[in-house]
Design a protein around this ligand. Structure first.
Ligand code: GDP
Length: 314
């Protein structure tokens, strides 16, 4: 695979940035990393041009139109339309250009809102996803349906992965619109810098989540691209359960914040438990996401401190 020409779409996003860095440091020399500045993938003409300009052998397709829950609520049509169009054109042109491998990711949010944890891959179509982001989540889930449709009709070797709740360098650190880990890192860091007496965190602290370090996901994608040729969906996560309370204490300690922590129980807890079943990842990829939460948080916090404020994505 090191001699193949590998096209990475969405290469300036959170996962894309980490994947490209990881591939480069693992000795991949023939990577073509593109973003929406290079090709607007919502225009089929540009998708065609991308394939004829680059002529890749392998495609790792990470481009997506993404946003937080609030943006999803306000622009459901855009989230549905753009992701469906981007994915439809990209896999279609990849197939027409005869690429030998097509790798795509869908979201953990694509699973049914009522899926039982640990969430098994087979439950994908057993219910409707969380209402607010369903137009996005189902557009992403169609990526899996299309991967197998193109595999069955055109022999495209298309595989689909589901990263869990990722965190790490290059994430979105918006104080209110980000996911819990980057949101808290930013809040505790700024509270420490400004000597604030308290930090407000949301909910009761009792929900649990399965957090996965983004570099582990990058490594899993490389492993899957190199070794997995099957049609089964595979969760990529740590499979370990952490309560929001434990998370808050760990972040606060790592940042060295000495003030008070206040729980704002008027803010939503969300799902009480969201953990991914990682059995398939172990058996089909022979892979485990092995970064301990504390170590991953430490690396993320150091990266944040070194890049704050100008190198931080909002
Ligand atoms: P999701 O609920 O898995 O989609 O992901 P989130 O990352 O948005 O939230 C996870 C949990 O963290 C929820 O129980 C929130 O109530 C809790 N939480 C605590 N403080 C924050 C915060 O500052 N931002 C976010 N996003 N969540 C927080």
């Amino acid at each position: 695979m090191k001699n193949d020409k590998i096209l990475v779409t969405g290469s300036t996003g959170f996962l894309g940035t980490n994947l490209v860095k990881h591939m480069e440091s693992s000795g991949y020399k023939n990577i073509v990393a593109v973003s929406s500045k290079d090709y607007d993938l919502t225009e089929q003409k540009e998708v065609r041009k991308m394939f004829s300009d680059i002529e890749p052998n392998i495609v790792i397709h990470l481009a997506a139109y993404v946003g937080g829950i609030l943006a999803n609520k306000m622009y459901p049509a855009d989230f549905s339309y753009r992701n469906l169009v981007i994915n439809t054109s990209t896999i279609h042109e990849a197939s027409k250009h005869g690429v030998k491998k097509f790798v795509t990711c869908i979201g953990g949010c694509s699973y049914p809102a009522k899926a039982k944890s640990p969430i098994a891959e087979n439950s994908l179509f057993e219910g409707y996803p969380q209402n607010e982001s369903a137009p996005y989540s189902l557009a992403k889930a169609m990526g899996f349906v299309q991967a197998n449709a193109y595999r069955n009709q055109y022999n495209l070797n298309a595989i689909t992965l589901v990263p869990g709740n990722m965190y790490g360098p290059h994430d979105n650190f918006h104080p209110n619109y980000s996911h819990v880990i980057p949101g808290l890192i930013r809040r505790f860091y700024e509270a420490k810098m400004n000597d604030l007496p308290e930090v407000v965190v949301w909910g009761s602290g009792t929900p649990t989540r399965d957090f996965v370090y983004v570099e582990d996901v990058a490594e899993a994608i490389i492993k899957a691209t190199e070794t997995y040729d099957g049609n089964e969906l595979i969760n990529i996560s740590s499979g370990t359960e952490t309560s929001i309370r434990e998370l808050v204490e760990t972040i606060s300690n790592l940042i060295g914040y000495g003030g008070k922590i206040v729980w704002d129980t008027t803010k939503p807890d969300g799902q009480m438990r969201k953990i991914f079943d990682t059995g398939r990842m172990k058996s089909l990829l022979n892979f485990e996401c092995s970064t301990f939460l504390k170590d991953g948080l430490e690396k993320t916090i150091r990266w944040f401190e070194n890049n704050y404020p100008n190198g931080i994505r909002l």
